[in-house]
Design a protein around this ligand. Structure first.
Ligand SMILES: NC(=O)c1ccc[n+]([C@@H]2O[C@H](COP(=O)([O-])OP(=O)(O)OC[C@H]3O[C@@H](n4cnc5c(N)ncnc54)[C@H](O)[C@@H]3O)[C@@H](O)[C@H]2O)c1
Length: 289
């Protein structure tokens, strides 16, 4: 029996890259999958129903259950339709994997408003949109006496949580906010039976192949028979574990690449200075160098 037998999962951006690997593994593990993908280019421009449908065809050809959704998760309605489709097609919703993403890199001094808005819209608002409509569904289920055993897996990035990346102010800010959103959502949704975690993956996809300085490393040939440490397929087993009933973890962020999974920890006090009364600026200067 598969680790996700009987589960219904929505996976955003599942037409390509890491999300595609999640969808294929989830289906092999017994989940019915709603394969969402808008099908645009790296920057989120354009749309194409092909990528989502191809993944659905691959899953169904192998005997699995899947349906395509080619809506835009950056919109409130697109996210609502996606959640509704899982319920109308498969009768329930157990798992949301928020994964869809784009890049519009640029240094802050020259960043266009459209570059900022598009990246925040797809990553941060896109994560929230799907989370919001799924949470509302799960809340209704819990209130009706059908307490869910559900999970959300969000997609952060090293660029937002461990390695500040010049040229990615929009992307890094969105990804850091997704880590924060994950912790708040874990706290809020526990009452309905929903666990919420995030990953910060690293793998060879069209996004990393197009990133200056990374493309060459990721594109390097892997000799036949050797472990491909940059394969996007390396990311999905952790996501399947976090989505399944064997997992009790909630409110965590994990870095994952190749054969390594690291639990990350966020902002915390490293030093505290105190005063009895109001601070003098010079006091602060002397004690907080
Ligand atoms: N590849 C890496 O090393 C890496 C590192 C850190 C984080 N990530 C994150 O992993 C996720 C997957 O990225 P990937 O590398 O597989 O890239 P990818 O471009 O191969 O896949 C992303 C998919 O999301 C889809 N998408 C984009 N905007 C959408 C929207 N508004 N609605 C629906 N679908 C949309 C795209 O069409 C695409 O198929 C992203 O959130 C990315 O930021 C990837």
């Amino acid at each position: 029996m598969g680790a996700l037998e009987g589960k219904v999962a929505v996976i955003t951006g599942a037409g390509r890259g890491i999300g595609r690997e999640h969808a294929l593994l989830f289906a092999r593990e017994g989940a019915a999958v709603v394969v969402n993908d808008l099908g645009g280019d790296n920057t989120g421009t354009g749309a194409d129903t092909g990528p989502a449908q191809e993944v659905v065809d691959e899953i169904t050809a192998a005997g699995g259950r899947a349906v395509a959704d080619t809506g835009d998760i950056a919109t409130w309605e697109g996210a609502k339709n996606l959640v509704d489709l899982a319920v109308s097609e498969f009768g329930r919703l157990d798992v949301v994997v928020n994964n869809a993403g784009i890049l519009r890199d640029g240094f802050i001094a020259g960043l266009e408003e459209s570059q900022w808005d598009a990246v925040i819209a797809v990553h941060l608002k896109g994560h929230f949109n799907v989370l919001r409509h799924a949470a509302s569904y799960w809340k209704d289920q819990a209130k009706a006496g059908n307490r869910p055993n559900a999970a959300v897996v969000n997609t952060a990035s090293a660029s937002g949580v461990t390695v500040p990346n010049a040229g990615q102010a929009n992307y890094g800010a969105a990804k850091a906010a997704i880590a924060a959103l994950t912790l708040v959502a874990a706290d809020e949704l526990e009452r309905y039976g929903v666990r919420v975690n995030a990953i910060a993956p690293m793998a060879r996809t069209r996004l990393t192949l197009a990133t200056p300085g990374m493309g060459a490393i990721f594109a390097a040939e892997v000799p036949e028979g050797e472990f491909d440490a940059f394969s996007p397929a390396n990311i999905s087993p952790l996501v399947a574990y976090l989505a399944g009933d064997k997992c009790a973890i909630t409110g965590k962020v994990f870095a994952v690449q190749g054969g390594a999974i690291s639990e990350l920890a966020g902002w915390h006090d490293v030093k505290t200075i105190e005063t009895e009364g109001p601070w003098l600026i010079d006091d602060i200067a002397a004690r907080l160098p």
